[in-house]
Write a protein that binds this ligand. Structure first.
Ligand code: FBP
Length: 251
């Protein structure tokens, strides 16, 4: 039986995502780079009462251990840069066993559903689910339809497909994007069945708009948020974290 207790409370979750240095490069960190140092992210994660932080293994190895009793860790097992102009494929760079030695309470993996490389990711993911579940470790799937065959990755039908595929493949939590115009959010939640569903934050947007979106999703049964830029690119990361906390976990 998978143990979600270290990364969720009452079936709700707030994850602070910080794997962008690999996915996008330090461009997301702008000129105030010191604000974006891993130690600050960890401090905000603790002070903001997140349920877990998300790191690639390199950051986890070098920065996580002083925080291991303060905040849970999700180790992202795959990743890619944005430099290669190929069909999206995010290769695995860390084994479940390595994540466990780093103190992970869960592991994460991105699947670019619809990519010509989809089969490689589905195969890697299947092994990860097997290895993680053998030790009751939850698996969080970044379900991102992407590639030449995917015309619009915000289309509610496509996002619902991604959520459902996560359930079918054994994910315990799926991290998916906001369906365009907030359409079909109940249906998207429903098709994921017993798999938990969290919102992938996306680019920094108006804070009020972000909180309104969160409220809609929570009342449609979504389980929370895995957010990065909307928190650490804010001029007041703790204040926005408090707002998110109120929506996700209640006052
Ligand atoms: P954000 O809240 O900043 O969008 O972070 C969520 C996330 O999935 C990160 O974990 C990841 O690095 C990034 O978004 C991937 O973004 P993209 O959509 O550009 O692949």
């Amino acid at each position: 039986m998978v143990n979600l207790d270290k990364i969720m409370k009452n079936e709700r979750a707030m994850f602070l995502a910080y794997d962008h240095g690999l996915e996008h490069g330090p461009v997301d960190f702008d000129e105030k780079i010191e604000n974006f140092e891993p130690e600050n992210i960890l401090k905000w994660a603790v002070a903001g009462k997140y349920d877990a932080v998300v790191f690639q293994k390199g950051i986890a190895e070098k920065y996580y251990s002083p925080y291991k009793d303060k905040i849970s860790l999700i180790v992202k097992l795959n990743g890619k840069s944005k430099l290669a102009k190929i069909e999206p494929y995010s290769p695995q760079n860390c084994e479940v066993s390595e994540a466990v030695s780093l103190g992970a309470a869960a592991v994460g993996y991105t699947i670019y559903l619809g990519s010509f490389e989809e089969r490689r990711m589905l195969k890697e993911f299947a092994k990860i689910v097997r290895d993680a579940h053998a030790q009751a470790l939850p698996v969080v799937a970044w379900m991102y339809p992407r590639g030449e065959s995917v015309a619009d990755d915000e289309e509610p039908e496509i996002i619902a497909y991604a959520a459902r595929a996560g359930l079918e493949l054994g994910a315990d939590v799926v991290k998916i994007k906001y369906p365009k115009d907030g359409k079909n959010i109940r249906w998207v939640r429903k098709v994921a069945g017993k798999t938990k569903v969290v919102l992938s934050g996306g680019v920094k947007k108006d804070e009020k708009e972000f909180i309104v979106q969160m409220k809609q999703l929570i009342s449609a049964g979504w389980n929370g948020v895995a957010v990065g830029r909307n928190v650490w690119q804010s001029s007041h990361p703790l204040k926005i974290s408090e707002e998110i906390y109120k929506v996700v976990h209640g006052a």
